[in-house]
Design a protein around this ligand. Structure first.
Ligand code: G
Ligand code: G
Ligand code: MN
Ligand code: NA
Length: 254
């Protein structure tokens, strides 16, 4: 259809914009990192949200060049921030299923890191449960190789997949991002609060860093403040922003 055709014709540098959403530490509310989120503005179709075009790009295979473009864009941005003396901590990048089974992916990432001389520990890759279950062996090898390069691996949307907990226990990951649906209605619901705290404790038991996503107000923030979560992300602190917006956000945040 139209979307597939437009996707094939994308001028990446002109039509893609990358936004960065801040992540905050749970203890002192320090600015500790960002998640990079892609935005597509097509001159015919207008703005197309990622949850609309990413699944299509996964089917057509376009997701590979898109992800490589994004990683390169992020590495350039990290260098620019470093030159400007702006410290954003780790930059998280979402990886689709298909990316993890692309045989040149790790080598491509390695080449970009070397080209831009970016410290790999500044990169965090977000994967989902389904992406490692679909094609277990190859995807797991990719994840291990990314970790060996020095990158961090976070399991995104935790709690929405169907993988068994014994399987999760064996995954080569560093962090867990609790899905924002765990915060639905939590302010008035003490059972939901206990459930969230228990899920966070599960991550801590597995020695994983725990990120809580989707924090929109102070009440939710206070609930999370009483848990062992490590990081917080959500509109309450900041929406996904351009680099310039992020710099002014940081200035007024501090
Ligand atoms: O930013 P937003 O809330 O609109 O994101 C919607 C969905 O699109 C999220 O699941 C997010 O992970 C995904 N997404 C955003 N940017 C990227 C990207 O660069 N690559 C992949 N694979 N998914 C992305
Ligand atoms: O699937 P993934 O976790 O990558 O999706 C991340 C997306 O979630 C971000 O792109 C952002 O648009 C969205 N998001 C981030 N914080 C909030 C929030 O506080 N509330 C809501 N509703 N969405 C959020
Ligand atoms: Mn994510
Ligand atoms: Na998520």
């Amino acid at each position: 259809d139209k979307l597939i055709e437009r996707l094939r014709l994308i001028e990446y540098d002109e039509e893609f914009v990358v936004k960065y959403q801040p992540k905050i530490s749970n203890i002192h509310h320090d600015f500790v990192g960002v998640e990079a989120l892609i935005r597509w503005n097509d001159d015919q179709l207008g703005f197309i949200p990622p949850n609309q075009f990413i699944p299509v790009a996964e089917k057509t295979g376009e997701i590979h060049p898109i992800t490589i473009w994004l990683i390169e864009h992020v590495c350039k941005q990290i260098k620019e921030w470093q030159v400007a003396g702006f410290n954003v901590g780790k930059v998280a990048i979402n990886l689709s299923n298909r990316t993890l089974t692309e045989d040149t992916f790790v080598v491509d990432v390695e080449n970009i890191i070397n080209r831009y001389q970016v410290d790999p520990s500044l990169l965090e890759f977000e994967i989902t449960e389904s992406s490692i279950i679909d094609d277990e062996k190859i995807a797991l090898m990719t994840v291990k190789s990314l970790r060996e390069l020095g990158a961090t691996i976070a399991l995104d949307d935790f709690g929405t997949g169907f993988s068994s907990l014994t399987y999760l226990r064996k995954l080569p990951i560093d962090k867990m991002k609790i899905d924002k649906s765990f915060l639905d209605g939590i302010v008035e619901d003490s059972l939901a609060q206990q459930f969230l705290a228990d899920v966070i404790n599960l991550g801590s038991t597995l020695s994983l860093g725990v990120v809580v996503e989707g924090v929109e107000n102070e009440e939710e923030l206070n609930i999370i403040g009483q848990t062992s979560a490590d990081e917080i992300q959500g509109f309450y602190f900041g929406k996904p922003m351009s680099s310039d917006e992020l710099i002014s956000w940081d200035t007024s945040y501090n």
